[in-house]
Design a binder for this molecule. Structure first.
Ligand SMILES: Nc1nc2c(ncn2[C@@H]2O[C@H](COP(=O)(O)OP(=O)(O)OP(=O)(O)O)[C@@H](O)[C@H]2O)c(=O)[nH]1
Length: 323
């Protein structure tokens, strides 16, 4: 495992790259925990830091602080000047916050790789938008009230566990074949089945192991989590793998939040710019073409709701019987 800091439009995140001996793929965890950047090493953070146990362990054959730095086992922001070793071996299992307040459970998303949606901006799915939206929502600050009555804003925290399960686990090659079948009119479920695959071949054992390592919903001293998903199968499989989910938080596609309004390009004063402004004022960072939309995305989203049981309300036109 290796960890590094990455600045993003939503703030600085820590990218953890995990090796495993089950499927040989490199899965990732994108950890949002600004307290690790802002809290001086000798001060208690307000919420439990999201730390990887395997990263903090001393590894066999590790001889110097530089070895640990190179693999990312440090706290705070590295810089040539002013780096502090910062109690690298401390375990946070028994963490209690000394401010006497309860903070919201960390927000977590288990995201599945989608080359087409995330890298080339395909409008067949909303995967790129979901990844952006997940990091934005995890990083969103919240207000807490101190025992003195003072209201304090604390940064959002949580993680996206990024699983290399392209095409719901069937792989990119099969997904591209499925797209060709979809062009003939089949939906995403039918196309998978016609190719001899299951509708969804993903498993969540490795995701649960990563969460255990990070103390998110599983493992010694871990916190319960809030899970960002609409997928009931994901919730059920994670719980079966021992992950404690305090709350399921849904993700409404941006296009369904702004139904009927034009968008990109966004000349000022148009419904498009209003829709984008509303999303921005809600904190959204709109990337690329603002939001994904179009008939193919519409069909994809409706299939998720109608055939895969995703917990989302259809927009008014669909619930009126057009599905
Ligand atoms: N087989 C197949 N996979 C697709 C298609 N479109 C997107 N995907 C994959 O679907 C995965 C994302 O899963 P979704 O079903 O969209 O969402 P989810 O993760 O199950 O549910 P949420 O947590 O609510 O987002 C990614 O691995 C994508 O590569 C498609 O048309 N066919």
């Amino acid at each position: 495992m290796v960890r590094t800091r990455v600045p993003t439009p939503h703030g600085e995140v820590f990218l953890h790259l995990y090796h495993n001996n089950r499927d040989g793929k490199e899965h990732l965890a994108i950890v949002v925990d600004p307290a690790q950047l802002n809290t001086p090493a000798d001060e208690e953070p307000i919420a439990k830091p999201i730390r990887s146990k395997s990263l903090d362990e001393v590894w066999e054959g590790e001889n110097s602080e530089m070895d640990r730095i190179i693999r990312g086992a440090y706290r705070g922001r590295l810089s040539e000047v002013g780096f502090r070793a910062s109690s690298p071996h401390r375990s946070w299992d028994a963490f209690t916050n000394k401010f006497g307040i309860s903070v919201p459970a960390p927000l977590v998303r288990i995201h599945s790789e989608c080359f087409t949606g995330e890298t080339i901006g395909s409008m067949r799915c909303d995967c790129g938008e979901q990844l952006d939206e997940a990091i934005r929502r995890i990083a969103e600050p919240t207000s807490v009230t101190l025992p003195s009555g003072e209201v304090k804003t604390i940064p959002g925290r949580g993680a996206v566990v990024y699983m290399r399960q392209e095409g719901r686990g069937i792989g990119l090659l099969s997904k591209l074949r499925a797209y060709n079948l979809q062009d003939l009119g089949y939906d995403t479920v039918q196309a998978n089945l016609m190719l001899g695959h299951g509708a969804d071949e993903r498993s969540y054992g490795i995701a649960a192991a990563i969460m255990r390592d990070l103390g998110l919903g599983a493992g010694e001293g871990s916190e319960d989590i809030r899970l960002l998903t609409n997928n009931p199968d994901k919730v059920q499989k994670l719980e079966a793998a021992g992950v404690r989910i305090a709350e399921q938080v849904s993700m409404v596609p941006r296009t369904w939040r702004c139904q009927g309004e034009e968008q990109s390009p966004e000349p000022a004063g148009t419904p498009a710019s209003d829709a984008a402004a509303r999303l921005r004022s809600a904190g959204a960072t709109l990337i690329g073409a603002s939001m994904t939309r179009g008939p193919e995305l519409e069909k994809y989203l409706r299939t998720k709701v109608l055939r895969m049981g995703h917990m989302l309300s259809l927009p008014p036109s669909d619930s009126a019987g057009n599905a």
